[in-house]
Design a protein around this ligand. Structure first.
Ligand SMILES: *Cc1c(COP(=O)(O)O)cnc(C)c1O
Length: 400
């Protein structure tokens, strides 16, 4: 166990001032939630925005709304390498998971395999995921999906604030979600955003959200304590502490469809105050660090031509032996190099026997070979240089 300066793999700093603003908005009741919604609607120029307690709730609500419009369709195509919350939300919505293999060079779909996956006639929607903030090719997915009557759901959980060719991520598909959870592009400790420019979808989402309870006092207390803890413990000088506590299970990924589904509380909406400027600043900071790593010779898995992504982590593919050494050395030196999801969706034990479609060998390879490098505001240039050195040489060749 390391005691001393330790970088988290991803972080959105939360200040006391923001926590105070969250507390102030608690008093104003739901006004804060309503004004956050209005700001989002105006910024994204969409007709509909809903705020809920997490990204996975947002996705479940979206799927429930789509299912109501097309009850005869029950399959949801998702990338075979993605956050476990995605298949958990599909399961929670009572739908079937159809994982499709990915292209390791882009972390987006393997397009040849995707065409086959979309042809069953029972596919309700396909999820396009901007992993780490790298833009997925939503237009290409829409070209394949729309003629087949399949909706495109943009999973922008990790990508709020990014743009592609002058268009904002979150407005590229039929409907989208952002996560406001810890370690995402922008965070209010917990929360989820649904947005769509389609009024029929928007109305169906409104109906689904109306059925959810509001976050109560217990939820507020939890979020408040979490915000206080995060504002301190996410700092490199203290992060070794939560990292050393096994019951916090930091960085662990579990499949769990039994999450609580509620509407977003006023405290979190208050924490979001000033989100536009803060998001822009975060994006600029992270991009600068990504460019630094690239200039130092570190190659990201995905590319982002014509895009201004809001990268939350810098993904790199290495061989398995090198990955082990990298993680070991990063643990020793506190550099925030981290594993991502432990397995492909096809390898999730709880889903065995329920998954549609075939194997996903490329996603399984990516699960074994991917590491992420930190890009958040606490990462210094000196850290980046050490990380780049580690990748370029030290933990590199040799071994085995
Ligand atoms: C985090 C995440 C989610 C779920 O968001 P939560 O707020 O954690 O529920 C969904 N999809 C992706 C790709 C994510 O990274």
């Amino acid at each position: 166990m390391r005691v001393g300066r330790t970088l988290p793999p991803a972080a959105v700093p939360i200040s006391f001032r923001e926590i105070l603003s969250g507390l102030a908005d608690l008093a104003s009741g739901m006004k804060a939630v309503a004004s956050f919604e209005t700001e989002l609607r105006e910024y994204y120029e969409v007709s509909h925005v809903s705020l809920v307690n997490s990204g996975r709730t947002a996705l479940t609500v979206i799927l429930t709304a789509l299912k109501e419009l097309h009850p005869e369709r029950e399959e949801v195509v998702i990338p075979a390498y993605t956050c476990y919350s995605v298949p958990a939300a599909v399961t929670r919505a009572g739908l079937k998971v159809l994982p499709c293999d990915i292209d390791p060079a882009t972390l987006d779909y393997d397009w040849e395999k995707l065409e086959g996956a979309l042809d069953s006639g029972r596919v309700l929607c396909a999820v396009s995921a901007h992993l780490f903030g790298f833009p997925a090719d939503v237009d290409r997915l829409k070209e394949l999906a729309s003629p087949r009557g399949i909706f495109v759901v943009e999973d922008a959980a990790q990508a709020m604030g990014g743009e592609v060719g002058g268009r904002k991520i979150g407005t590229l598909g039929d409907i989208a979600l952002f996560s406001l959870g810890r370690g995402k592009a922008f965070s209010t400790v917990s929360g989820g955003i649904i947005l769509t420019g389609d009024t029929t979808l928007g109305d169906a989402v409104t109906r689904a959200v109306r059925g959810l309870p509001r976050e109560g006092w217990g939820d507020f207390l939890l979020a408040f304590c979490y915000a206080l803890a995060l504002s301190l413990l996410v700092r490199p000088g203290l992060f070794w502490l939560p990292k050393a506590l096994p019951f916090l299970r930091l960085g662990e990924t579990r499949f769990d469809p039994r999450f609580s589904m509620k509407r977003l509380g006023a405290f979190q909406a208050g924490l979001a105050r000033g989100w536009q400027e803060r998001l822009a600043r975060l994006r600029e900071t992270r991009l600068r660090k990504a460019v630094f790593l690239e200039k130092a010779g570190v190659k990201a898995t995905a590319r982002s031509k014509g895009a201004i992504p809001n990268l939350i982590r810098f993904p790199v593919l290495v061989d398995e032996a090198k990955r082990r050494r990298l993680i070991e050395m990063s643990e020793e030196e506190g550099l925030g190099v981290a594993l991502v999801y432990p397995d492909a969706v096809t390898g999730i034990a709880e889903l065995r026997g329920t998954l549609l479609g075939g194997p996903a060998p490329q996603a399984e390879q990516v699960a074994k070979r991917l590491v992420s490098l930190p890009l958040h505001p606490y990462v210094t240039e000196k850290d980046l240089r050490r990380i780049a050195d580690l990748l370029n040489s030290g933990a590199g060749e040799g071994g085995n």
